[in-house]
Design a protein around this ligand. Structure first.
Ligand SMILES: Nc1ncnc2c1ncn2[C@@H]1O[C@H](COP(=O)(O)OP(=O)(O)O)[C@@H](O)[C@H]1O
Ligand SMILES: [Mg+2]
Length: 251
């Protein structure tokens, strides 16, 4: 594992109540992720992968246990604290992109920055840098409907990195893409990790996607099982290191 943990999960349980019934989704999970690490989280459908990511991203809270991100115990934050922390600290990439159809690529990427105290000039620079990192400077004024799935996911990734988050969490980011676009998105995530030293949590049930990760954990019926580390780490980092160095998007 690289450096000291940037994420620590301790004794996390998550259950949902449906009337009388209690559904135990996550059971006594503990997990550390190092700064700059690329972790793959695998598991069958319904095993709790999205539930786990939501706890890590501060979209939901555990029923029991602790989630630490950096120095912050996010499992104890109030809703308001969480919302503001999340905007600054987490970049979320979704399977179905979650772009706003009426906004351009530029405007979609700009959205999270509108919640932060930045000058218009700084905001513009961050947006253009993020779109440059994902190779979309020639699509700034396109709307999602005018972009391919792979391009839409690139916009999604630009939106995830534009705030320079501590963690990038991606929930099946290639699940809706053809094989070639999926490869490109995985290459890009590898570049973010190697070039910008971003910490990435990738949820997937595609073994080819998981093989890009440095380490894989498996969720099985709500419990974590450590997998054998993958040796296949591809993607060159040099291409993305240079533009990032000139902006607020730092490793
Ligand atoms: N808000 C909720 N209320 C009740 N059950 C839920 C809720 N969210 C998830 N679950 C249940 O938790 C289990 C794990 O779901 P999920 O984390 O989405 O799995 P995965 O992402 O691995 O497919 C499923 O059985 C699902 O029905
Ligand atoms: Mg899921």
């Amino acid at each position: 594992m690289a450096d000291q943990p940037i994420m620590r999960i301790r004794g996390v349980h998550k259950y949902f109540r449906r009337g009388e019934e209690q559904i135990d989704v996550l059971k006594n999970l503990s997990l550390d992720v190092g700064k700059g690490e690329f972790l793959g989280i695998m598991g069958p459908s319904g095993s709790g992968k999205t539930t786990l990511l939501n706890l890590i991203a501060g979209l939901d809270r555990p029923s029991e246990g602790e989630v630490w991100i950096g120095e912050r115990l996010i499992s104890k934050m109030s809703e308001a604290e969480l919302a503001s922390w999340r905007t600054r600290s987490i970049g979320f990439v979704f399977q179905f992109y979650h772009l706003l159809p009426v906004l351009t690529a530029y405007e979609n990427v700009e959205l999270p920055l509108l919640l932060l105290p930045l000058s218009a000039a700084a905001r513009k620079q961050q947006v253009l840098t993020a779109l440059d990192l994902v190779g979309l400077t020639n699509r700034l004024t396109h709307r999602p409907g005018q972009l391919s799935g792979g391009q839409q996911q690139r916009v999604g990734i630009a939106r995830a990195i534009v705030t320079d988050p501590i963690l990038i969490v991606a929930d099946e980011p290639t699940g809706d893409l053809d094989a070639r676009s999926a490869e490109e998105i995985l290459d890009l995530m590898g570049e973010l990790q190697k070039g910008l030293r971003k910490t990435i949590l990738l949820v997937t049930h595609d073994p080819r996607a998981a093989e890009r990760a440095q380490r894989i954990v498996h969720l099985e019926k709500g419990r974590l099982v450590e997998g054998a580390p993958s040796t296949a780490i591809r993607g060159a980092g040099a291409a993305v290191a240079a533009p990032a160095a000139q902006t607020g998007i730092r490793p």
